[in-house]
Design a protein around this ligand. Sequence first.
Ligand code: TXA
Ligand code: MG
Length: 317
Amino acid sequence: MKNSYSNIFNFNKKILHKIIVNLKKGNVVGLPTETVYGLAGNAYMSESINKIYKFKNRPKRNPLIIHYFNYKRAEQDVIMNKNFYKLYKKFCPGPITFILKRKKKSKVKFSATANLNSVAIRFPNHRVMNSLLKNIEFPLAMPSANKSSRVSPVSAKNVADEFQKKIKMIIDGGKANLGIESTVIDLTGHPKILRPGLITPENINQVLKIKLNIINNNRTSKSPGLLSKHYSPGIPVIINQKNCKKNCALITFGKKYKNKKNFYNLSRTSNLKEAASKLYEIFRKIKKDRYKKIYVVKIPNKGIGIAINDRLKRASN
Ligand code: TXA
Ligand code: MG
């Protein structure tokens, strides 16, 4: 099936070759992952990093996640520790990002990590990323492929709509399965979750068997990018509501809500994983349907619900 966007491509061997040529030249490429779509560039090249920040209009103090094929390839750039190996073994490749201390001889550009002495690393679980990362000898700096402070994209089309023709190459890898960004965990000291995600505090506790810190919403300087307003659909979002007027949209959860024109259900069966996977899609749909405000019902604040509430809270700031 041919799509109407001239910069969206299906993945195959020939395209893989083209992606690699582009990345080596310092160009950026829109790529699918299991969480959300990313805007990727060579993490060892300043030119690529500059382009990422420019296209996203991202503040330079907000560091990027560096994506690797496996931990062996990351060893040259970060100092690994026991907690890392345990979590890697259990969850990777998968939707979790580790903050580790930077190695002196690391080749990751300081501009990609906001001059910090740590590097965020991730091992995505997606067939496109897998074959690409396997075939290049540099890692990929890759933030979500949205303009800074906006909602992350979950399809190739979302990426194309966000950047129009500015990005020459976007790879269609289907809808991003999980639909929200990876869990970010700081392992440079006592483990601390900086951004909740699909891999929950309980999941992590089961592996590390420690009392985990979760950073609250008055985020401090530890994860600079999390300071600012984020995940905004571009219209006001009001959380913990029970109902709304006809001219507003209500995001609902569970079977007790009727099928009304302005009601958008995250999961009829109250499944938090399904809810997470639909959240950004529904934000976009509501905006497309031209509502001026989004009301959201209360979402249970446990497990994956913690991640959903984190995104909702920041969208509503
Ligand atoms: O699922 C994901 O993680 C997606 C896909 C594309 O991999 N990427 C993503 O990247 O969400 P981004 O740039 O939108 O979010 C990265 C987050 C930011 O909040 C940033 O502040 C934090 O990770 N981060 C990156 N490096 C860090 C570091 N060295 N120390 C603390 N936080 C860091
Ligand atoms: Mg982002």
